[in-house]
Design a protein around this ligand. Sequence first.
Ligand code: ATP
Ligand code: MG
Length: 585
Amino acid sequence: MRLSEMHLKTLREVPSEAELPSHILLLRTGMIRKLVSGVYGFMNMGYRSVRKIEKIIREEMDAKGGQEILMSAIQPAELWEESGRWYAYGPELWRLKDRNGREFCLGPTHEEIFTDIARADITSHRQLPVNLYQIQTKYRDEARPRFGLMRSREFIMKDAYSFDKDEEGLNASYRKMFKAYENIFTRCGLKFRPVEADSGAIGGSNSHEFTAISEVGESEIAYCEKCNMAATLERAGAVDSPPTGNEEDFLPMEDIITPGTKTIEDVAEYLGITPDKTMKALLFVTYDEDGREDKYVAAFVRGDRELNMTKLINALGIPEHAIEFADEKKMAEITGSVGGFTGPVGLHDCLIVCDSELTGQVNLVAGANKENYHRKNVNYGRDYKADIVVDLKTLKEGDPCPECGNPVKVARGIEVGQVFKLGTKYSEAMGANYKDENQLEKPIYMGCYGIGVTRTLAAVVEQHHDKDGIIWPMSIAPYHCIITLVNSKDEAQCSLAEQIYESLLNLGVEVLLDDRKERPGVKFKDADLLGIPIRITVGKLAADRQVEYKLRRDDIKTVLSAEEAIAGAAQLVNEESDGRCFLTA
Ligand code: ATP
Ligand code: MG
């Protein structure tokens, strides 16, 4: 493609709404285009990279027996009522009505639709296993769309669903998809880590997230360098500290005045103790299916711990959107809590959920449910009991690994894909059964497997850029090579650039010829910004058929003959792509 003919608009300025390098660079290169918050379009260069990611995904999915189909984005509410998710999915589900008042949603994911296919089409064990997938635009009305393609309201996802006879079959399908994901993200040039994950609104028992390593990612993961434990912080089990005493050590409770000490740090400092000798209260209200206030919940963790919201939600068995921080005044009237001074003793008409660690900690300081007062020597069993005792705390750097006890590390990453063992959750809810060898009716075992195609694009840019622009891995670069023609008025230069361009095209290299009537500085800047892996500069040495050859990823410039540069470029493209990273191949 000649840049003189190409629809291309790059930006010198950093767009004001963008913070992350990937967001800034995808906008500055003109690869993506914002329409409204969380809604982006793809321009020619951007769409080429998207299609290359899709191509990699198709190749790897097909290699594992996946069969591609394409379902509609519009889904009828009835299917979601059947699975129970019309309510459970909450406000992220983009709902709409047709002219007759019938309810629909724009699919955020397609478990219901694929289960519906299975129940209609699969009747016999002879039809199993099967794996169906699609690459399609998804809709989620995210509370806070941000970071460009990372968290958008419309995005491209690959979603796959496996159908098996039994758990063993599901495990085999899951392993295949796991391997396909490793291949896909490796081919996209990502450094990533599969980690155990919570299964969230999708449901099911077992799940892994594929996390692209990045300091700006929204996923937090814990991992152990000794035993290979790796899990999202939402999911990672946290080990209780050893008990600090026995019942014989219980001292009498005592109220103490602690004026203005609303935070744990204030209380601990005021009393001259460490935060682990205190307990922290977090107050919530839950809602029922009709959106009415249901229950007040007081959650307690040791003062030095952070509450893990996912663990609390799982313990309560409610969807994420059905819980909020309580209005302290309203909660106080009903339960006897006092904002900033809430403790477990004497609370009433609310659900008390306690971190498991608290049951073994002796003589803690808690709120006294009295303005400006705390209570010393509060002990589980003697002074209060919880309705639920469960691990509620968030694992943090240096805490013991839940598997082996070694101190864990914590890092950030971008969730680019997730795989789930759904088991029979959807097939039982929706009646997707098959007849086994003995004509017995059994539920189909399902798995589901998602990849954020457009988020993957952003994650690649996040991992591959420098101050000047993107540095595309060959596999998903919009073009492999750019020929920068320094002076488009110089005949020798023009003719050599044209010759190289033709030769590379004939060799199948995806090549750009920058033949624009621009200053060389502008052309070099754009080439760096766009991040094309190979640059061949045709300048003053053109009369001698010599050019400058440079890779975007390093600073080494080599003077080569035109023929050497052509051969070098073609060889590199083939080496780095197994001959597969061509849009048309
Ligand atoms: P998150 O926790 O980031 O909200 P999720 O766990 O809800 O994501 P899944 O339901 O597992 O997402 O969807 C499969 C994949 O789709 C994710 O791994 C991610 O790559 C991508 N994805 C999900 N939400 C978005 C979004 N709002 N914008 C872009 N990609 C997304
Ligand atoms: Mg996920």
